[in-house]
Design a protein around this ligand. Sequence first.
Ligand code: 5GP
Length: 220
Amino acid sequence: MTAEKELVPSGVLPPASPLVLVVSGPSGSGKSTLVQRILELPGTMASTSCTTRPRRATEASGKCYDFVTEAQFDEMVRNGDFLEYARVFGKHAYGTPKKWLDESRKTGLDLVLEIDVQGALQVKKKLPESVAIFILPPSREELERRLRSRGTDSEEEITRRLAKARDEISAFRAYDYCVVNEDVALAGREAIAIVTALRCTIARRQARVETLLASFGGKD
Ligand code: 5GP
């Protein structure tokens, strides 16, 4: 065996399936912007969640979410249609249909899920190979400033979101990577760097390397 060969992790590496990237972060962390940055990378696709929350005036069905009734959501749960689902803010139900995972595996596109901490924990349990990225604000004060500057939430809602942020951040150990979104351009570069590095692992490049090796002819 050559010295180079010993550098490759032992054991048979499974054929690389597309990445499953889970992105979470407290409301006001800027996670949607960073998810958009990741989705600008060729070779990625977004999952469209189902939710029972009412549509906001700015949202079109099927683009951000598939808006469904409680009865429709419950039926999907009974049919085992969800990869994960949760009640977020103790109010509305949100879930990731399994069909997006099937689609990603069919097309070979890396799948991006923008979901809350409860959902991320479920995905990590079902798909341990998935990669979870946590987006955090630089400080509590900055998070509060951002929530206030939106001008959409009541004082009560802001207090609730800050308390929820604390709970969410305390689940940080479940995540593989953390991006602190102080400067959105830098945070975007970090998010892209994470995905790029994941795409360059030997496990993911194995088929390509083997093809290259075969083109040299002969066996080692
Ligand atoms: P919003 O209603 O503001 O769009 O989202 C509220 C929260 O629900 C966000 O933290 C968002 O990431 C989360 N969320 C969106 N879709 C899903 C989903 O399919 N599953 C889970 N568990 N959370 C979701």
